[in-house]
Design a protein around this ligand. Structure first.
Ligand code: UD1
Length: 377
């Protein structure tokens, strides 16, 4: 407990998807009379379009603590968070450290807190792609093993954790904080035409988009670090763009490869609008009105299910099976032919209708905070 007798929860966030999850949790902690949030930003993402726009648009107050770790290899990022977080924990001694998602900042913060005997709680626990070549899978496994309380978004996550020997009393199914943010912000979503115009869309692109468009994002190292994978995916996009214009907000990692290789030529002159990363309100506005989303993002698989918009996941595995079982998601891999034929199928049939998964109702953060307050008081 801090001086005021409230439970001090240090909420750690470092990368773009973390900020979307952080917003409703901090709001729910701020609303609870027995709790207090301390926001720690590790600085893993630091560009305005990757970080501060999310704080502004989601109404998250300025971080109380910043570690400013910046970019680097996985080892460097993880080590820098650990070294700087250790100092912060010494100075602050929170009652609980709360981590979200599966990025390098998540696992680093969990390790430090656990070694300092501060209870760790993990939001979005138990997701497994069963692909240990994915850096996030390693982060998930370690973070969950260290966590004292594990808040899950879907039933399969609990099954995974039980299989790994986690005490069921420490697992709580709360729903999805990503959907809390989505539902809260949808009324303020930016109209797609405004976003496209600001991104430099031509009049003809805009005119075609009024009868339907697709949104795509790619940023997984396995998809974007090697032109021999990204090239075929760009060929698929070029093909699909003959039927449907495509907006493609590109992560800095993706932009780097596009700038350095010949893959750019594949979409040159096509109706593929390659843009800077989008803010949150622009992105949810684009997705809401899209006929189709093609992505390798975990968060967008969930958001499209929340919005009822068909999604093709350009990966060979997903850690979010509920988006396929209940939602609008289809796993299509990274080979161009299945991607193009799945996109055509959605254009012809409208795609999977989907249902909203259990507890994806906008109240997940409130459930987490209610549980924290009881558990740690
Ligand atoms: C990280 C997460 C990934 C998540 C993604 C969301 C890990 C292992 N990966 O991947 O799970 O889906 O965030 O975006 O933690 N860069 C900038 N500006 C920034 C941040 C990064 O230009 O604000 C560039 C840097 O050159 C950096 C590269 O993007 O090297 C990759 O950033 P990094 O944080 O290492 O991983 P992401 O690919 O963003």
């Amino acid at each position: 407990m801090n001086g005021s007798g409230r439970l001090e929860v240090m909420c750690v966030a470092g990368a773009r998807p973390n900020f979307v999850k952080l917003a409703p949790i901090v709001a729910a902690l701020d609303d609870h009379p027995a709790c207090e949030a301390v926001i720690l930003h590790t600085g893993q993402h630091y560009d305005a379009q990757m970080s501060s726009v999310f704080f502004d648009e989601l109404g998250i107050r300025n971080p109380d603590l910043s570690l400013d770790i910046g970019s680097g290899s996985h080892a460097v990022q993880t080590a820098k968070v650990m070294i700087r977080m250790d100092e912060v924990i010494d100075a602050r001694r929170p009652d609980v450290v709360l981590v979200v998602g599966d990025v390098n900042s998540t696992v680093a913060a969990a390790l430090v807190a656990k070694k300092r005997s501060i209870p760790v709680v993990h939001v979005e626990a138990g997701l497994r792609s069963f692909d240990e070549t994915m850096p996030e899978e390693i982060n998930r496994l370690i973070t969950d093993r260290l966590s004292d309380v594990l808040y899950t978004t879907e039933a399969e996550a609990e099954a995974n954790l039980r299989r790994e020997g986690i005490d069921p009393l420490r697992i709580v199914f709360v729903g999805n904080v990503m959907i809390d943010s989505l539902l809260r912000c949808l009324p303020r979503a930016k109209p797609f035409e405004k976003t496209m115009r600001e991104a430099g869309a031509s009049d003809s692109f805009l005119a075609r988009s009024r009868s339907g468009y697709a949104v795509t994002t790619l940023h997984r190292p396995s998809n974007v670090d090697d032109p021999s994978t990204l090239g075929p995916l760009f060929h698929a996009l070029a093909e699909i763009s003959t039927e449907l214009p495509i907006v493609f907000p590109a992560h800095p990692r993706t932009q780097r490869l596009v700038a350095q290789s010949a893959v750019r030529d594949i979409i040159e002159g096509r109706d593929v609008l390659l843009t800077q990363p989008m803010g949150y309100l622009a992105m949810i506005g684009l997705m809401r009105s899209a006929r189709l989303v093609m992505t390798d993002s975990g968060g967008m698989q969930e958001e499209t299910t929340g919005l009822g918009v068909p999604c093709l996941t350009l990966r060979t595995s997903t850690e979010r099976p509920i988006t396929i079982i209940h939602g609008t998601n289809t796993l299509v891999g990274v080979k161009p032919e299945p991607v193009v034929s799945a996109a055509r199928d959605i254009l012809a049939t409208g795609g999977k209708a989907g249902r909203i998964p259990p507890l994806w109702d906008g109240k997940a953060a409130k459930r987490i905070v209610a549980d924290l307050a009881i558990r740690f008081q």
